[in-house]
Structure formats: structure tokens, C-alpha cells
Design a protein around this ligand. Structure first.
Ligand SMILES: [Zn+2]
Ligand SMILES: [Zn+2]
Length: 573
């Protein structure tokens, strides 16, 4: 079995916020870490990269009198550092759309699709001063409906009506303020219409595709798929490889989707195995997982499969598209200008990044939009992480040291009580339950069995009270600590996808090796045998957030943000 894990490519002109993180990259990482234990390290490839082309960045470069590449070079490095070094994202390859492998792959790919291209003439606003075709949002003018003077060419922000640039009264270029002219220009459209039936059939037949993705995609299809405009008249992008399309580039959305393939290819080229990427894209036993926000469903469930089908090369189509609903911030949309939210370079200054990882997965909006609140964050860290998991581990291991000299005690099955058997059953079953949910792309739900196990085990420990048993029933105390110590190993493996560093710390306390060499399917087994020695010094794994945390955090955040604004690269300020 080969497993491809793909996370939506973040557009490189902003620092991702918590919502972007749980909507794509962090979710994909949690799944990839699970999948490596489940299916074997070498069978999993996890890719993403910076999406860096397109007019917004080209225009930013014009405004700053520099070139787009120098802006995205810095922004790419900044984001990449945050993902790899700060957020512990375990990409096999975090690439970028400026990579040579990507650019040549994209041109070859679309050359093969030329027979599915339709050309049409369009009237596009053009600024003669900036020598630039202006995308809709870069034309401003007066709204024909309400008279609002600063409407953009796609929508009036005052009355909410949808517009086109030619509808604006007194249109002006958003860069220089001059009046644009309208120029006829030829564009290439991908004939999505002819793939309607094939994509529909594929979606309806799929037994793995989550329902929310199916229903959004099928309703798009039932409304009728139109040819999608594939080319743009800007220069910051990948040249369109069609005859007569000189000076045109491929629309960023189409080329970024192909990044999943080119990044896999690049990964294996860099490893010196240039053909091996094909095992992940044409193999018979490949499963592929895409982690995206719900607004990206049509691109991944319709356009990507249609493009792959159009090659006639038997590309593997998505197995599971795990599309999250929106994460809101205290019921509001994240907004940089309104200072609503937390950005991923700010987060590590608030608490250990693994607390964020844990809390965000526990809040993952799988069924409906979910609001991030500091109150809920505190509850998850203090109660779920610290009390349910951390204290339990601490209590058990301290008692193994105190009562049994740091050795896993021997056990006597003939005196097992019902509660003992219940906990053993839960230890065996929890990783399986969790695994089934991970395989369906339900990550938050997949962590519920971990919390259920920890809570049950805590209650069990209180009822069985080994600190009393030890006084006159040493064999039963031994049974309790034998079972609970083994449950800690299970908990560590189940915690690993969320908190890899802390999971390894638990493994270190248990005096076990590298947790990344474990197999998920063995997580419920009793590997700690009587006589196995654990670490003698047991320190608490987690810390509660202090009582004033909620009161002070926004102020603290404000200061951090002020500092970071000075050091962020120009494109990300
Ligand atoms: Zn209006
Ligand atoms: Zn202009």
C-alpha cells in the first residue's frame, strides 16, 4: 500500500493563521504521522508547497518597485521555516511553484491537454500606464446600483452585488488610479463540460469520499459545468504552452493543483530515484488523502480529477478529500486588518506549539463551522491534556517507581477483576477505533478514543486505588500498575500524530526506543513485560495555563504582533 498525503498549497503572500493551519497543513501532518505508523514510513509521501504566482504578487512587486521572485523567495523561506521548524510539520517535500521540476511538469501536462482547450475572445481592462491587464479586483470605480465610489470589479462591498469591471462607472486602475482601457484578448478555456459525466460517475461510485465533499461537488455538476478559463495575461506565472499563447501564463489555481504531482516527483528526484514517484500516482494500491478547506472542494473534487482524466494516463484519483468547515475566531472571520485571530508565527510565543497542535485538532471543524475561543483553548489544555492525559501518566509511573522499584510488576490473570478486563479491552480496541476514523479523514473524531481511554483509565485508577491495595494486597496492586503502565504506551502512540515530541518523551519515561519505529496496529498490545525498568525520575509532562491566561493573552498577543511586524518579510507585513 502506498499513501499520498497532500495539503492545499498556501498562497505565499500571507502568514497562515490558525484556521488555515487546521484546514490544511496541520491536519495533513497529523494524518501523515498516523499513516507512517499504520502503513510504514517508506509507503507514505506527504507533500505541499508555496503557491507563489499570480497577479496579486505581481502587482505588489510593481508597487514596491522590485521583482516578484525576490518577494516570494523571502516569503517562501519564512513560511517554510514556520512549518518545518516551528510547527513540526513532517513534509517529505515542501516545494514551491517556482521550482523548475514544477514548471516543466506543468507545461508538459497542459501540452497534453491541448485537445480539450477552447479559445475565446474577452474584453479585459488594461492599464496603459502600468502595462498590465487588470484582474477584477484591481479595477475600482462607482457601483452602478448604489453609487458607492470604491467598488471593485468583482463586487460592491457596500451593497454586496456582484459586478464585472465593465459595469463600473468611472473605472480606475487600483495601482495608479488612471482610467483603464478595455482590450480584446484571446483566452484558453479547459473544457470541463465534457468531463461532467465521468466525474459525476466517479464521485457517485466512490465509497471513500466524505459526504460533504460529494454533495458540494455533485450539486456543482448538476448546475452544469462551464469551460474554465485557464490562461491569464500576466507575466508572473508559468508560460501557457499552447500555440498562439505567447505572453500568457497559466492561471495559478490550475498549476498549483498539479503541485501535488510535481512535488512527489521532485522528492524522488532529490532522493536519486527519479521514477519512483509513479508508484504514488499510477500504482494499483495507492490511497490518496487531500486536506483542504471547504471553499476548495470544487477544485479538488471536480477540476483536479477532470484534468487527471483528460490525460488518459490512469492517474490515481483522490481517495479521500478531507474538507474542513471554517474555524472562526470567537464567532468572527479571521481578519488581518481587523486584528481578529492568531497567526502561526505568533502562536509559539503564547504556549508550546504542541499545545496548539493538540487543541486545534480537538477543535477541528469537521461537521460545522467552529469557533476558536480562549476559554475552550484553556479547557482543552488544562482538562484534556493536563488532567486526563498528563496527570494519569504521572501518577502511574510515580507509583511504579515507588512501589515496585521502577520495574513493571508481574501480573496474575487469575485474580483479574471486571474493571481490569474492561480497561484491557479498551486498551486493545481504542487504537483500532481511532484508526478507522483516521482512514475516513475524521481526525478530531479519531482522537476521541484517546481521550475516552485516558478518562476511563483515570477513573479506573481512582476506583482500584493501588495506593491502598499495596498495603495488604500487593498482587492486585501489581495487576493495576501492570495494566495501566501498558495503557500509557498505547496513549503515547495515539498521542504521537498530534504531539510527536511529547509522545517521544513518554516513550523515554517508559524507557522504550524511538516511537517513530512503532506500528499503529501494535499500539494496543502489552509490550511492557514484567521486570522492564522505566525511568526513575518522573516529571510532569504538561503544565496548566495560569489562571490569568485568558485575561492577559490578547494584550500579550498585541505586543508580539507589534514586534513581528518589524521582522516579517515585505510580502507578509
Ligand atoms: Zn453597490
Ligand atoms: Zn495603472
Amino acid at each position: 500500500m502506498k499513501v499520498l498525503v497532500a495539503s492545499a498549497w498556501p498562497y505565499v503572500n500571507y502568514v497562515p493563521h490558525l484556521g488555515t493551519m487546521i484546514g490544511s497543513i496541520l491536519s495533513a501532518d497529523v494524518f501523515a504521522r498516523y499513516a507512517r505508523l499504520k502503513y510504514g514510513k517508506d509507503n507514505v509521501v506527504f507533500v505541499s508547497g508555496s503557491d507563489e504566482h499570480g497577479t496579486p504578487i505581481e502587482i505588489e512587486a510593481i508597487k514596491r518597485k522590485t521583482n516578484p521572485k525576490s518577494l516570494t523567495d523571502q516569503a517562501h523561506e519564512y513560511d517554510k521555516h514556520l512549518f518545518l521548524d516551528v510547527w513540526e510539520i513532517s513534509f517529505n517535500n515542501y516545494s514551491r511553484t517556482e521550482s523548475e521540476t514544477h514548471k516543466s511538469f506543468v507545461m508538459d501536462f497542459f501540452k497534453k491537454l491541448e485537445k480539450y482547450m477552447i479559445t475565446r475572445e474577452e474584453d479585459i481592462p488594461y492599464c496603459e500606464y502600468d502595462k498590465l491587464y487588470l484582474p477584477d479586483r484591481f479595477v475600482r470605480g462607482t457601483c452602478p446600483y448604489c453609487g458607492y465610489e470604491d467598488a471593485t470589479g468583482d463586487q460592491c462591498e457596500n451593497c454586496g452585488r456582484l459586478l464585472t469591471p465593465s459595469m463600473l462607472i468611472n473605472p480606475r486602475c487600483a495601482i495608479c488610479g488612471r482610467k483603464p482601457i478595455f482590450k480584446k484578448t484571446k483566452h484558453w478555456f479547459f473544457d470541463l463540460t465534457s468531463f461532467s459525466d465521468k466525474v459525476k460517475e466517479w464521485l457517485e461510485k466512490s465509497e471513500t469520499m466524505p459526504n460533504n465533499v460529494k454533495s458540494v461537488a455533485l450539486s456543482w455538476i448538476s448546475e452544469g459545468l462551464k469551460p474554465r478559463s485557464l490562461t491569464r495575461d500576466n507575466s508572473w506565472g508559468i508560460p501557457a504552452p499552447f500555440e498562439g499563447a505567447e505572453n500568457k501564463t497559466i492561471y495559478v489555481w490550475f498549476e498549483a493543483l498539479l503541485g501535488y504531482i510535481s512535488a512527489t516527483k521532485e522528492y524522488f528526484i532529490n532522493k536519486g530515484e527519479p521514477e519512483k514517484w509513479k508508484e504514488f500516482w499510477f500504482g494499483k494500491d495507492v490511497i490518496s488523502y487531500y486536506f483542504i478547506g471547504k471553499d476548495n472542494i470544487p477544485f479538488h473534487a471536480i477540476i483536479l480529477p477532470a484534468m487527471l482524466m483528460a490525460t488518459n494516463e490512469n492517474y490515481v484519483l483522490p481517495t479521500v478529500i478531507s474538507a474542513t468547515e471554517y474555524l472562526l475566531f470567537d464567532k468572527l472571520k479571521f481578519s488581518k486588518s481587523k486584528k481578529i485571530g492568531v497567526w502561526i508565527d505568533e502562536a509559539p510565543y503564547i504556549v508550546d506549539i504542541e499545545y496548539w497542535r493538540f487543541a486545534l485538532v480537538r477543535m477541528r471543524p469537521e461537521e460545522k463551522d467552529t469557533s476558536f475561543t480562549w476559554k475552550e483553548f484553556v479547557r482543552i489544555v488544562n482538562t484534556e491534556l493536563n488532567d486526563d492525559i498528563g496527570n494519569y501518566i504521572n501518577r502511574v509511573l510515580t507509583m511504579v517507581n515507588r512501589y515496585f522499584n521502577g520495574e513493571i510488576p508481574g501480573y496474575r490473570e487469575e485474580i483479574y477483576k471486571d474493571e481490569d478486563r474492561q480497561l484491557i479491552k479498551l486498551i486493545t480496541e481504542s487504537p483500532k477505533k481511532s484508526s478507522e476514523l483516521y482512514d475516513r479523514g475524521k481526525l478530531k473524531a479519531a482522537t476521541d478514543p484517546l481521550l475516552e481511554l485516558a478518562r476511563f483509565a483515570n477513573g479506573y485508577l481512582n476506583t482500584r486505588a493501588p495506593w491502598d491495595l499495596i498495603k495488604n494486597n500487593r498482587d492486585e496492586a501489581a495487576n493495576v500498575l501492570y495494566i495501566t503502565a501498558n495503557s500509557i504506551r498505547t496513549i503515547a502512540i495515539m498521542l504521537y500524530p498530534l504531539m510527536p515530541r511529547h509522545a517521544q518523551q513518554i516513550y523515554d519515561l517508559l524507557n522504550l526506543g524511538n516511537i517513530e519505529d512503532e506500528k499503529w496496529d501494535n499500539a494496543g498490545e502489552f509490550i511492557l513485560k514484567p521486570g522492564h525498568k522505566i525511568k526513575s525520575e518522573i516529571k510532569p509532562l504538561f503544565k496548566k495555563l495560569d489562571p490569568d491566561f485568558e485575561k492577559n493573552v490578547e494584550e500579550k498577543l498585541e505586543k508580539i504582533r507589534e514586534e513581528l511586524t518589524k521582522t516579517r518579510p515585505p510580502l507578509l507585513k
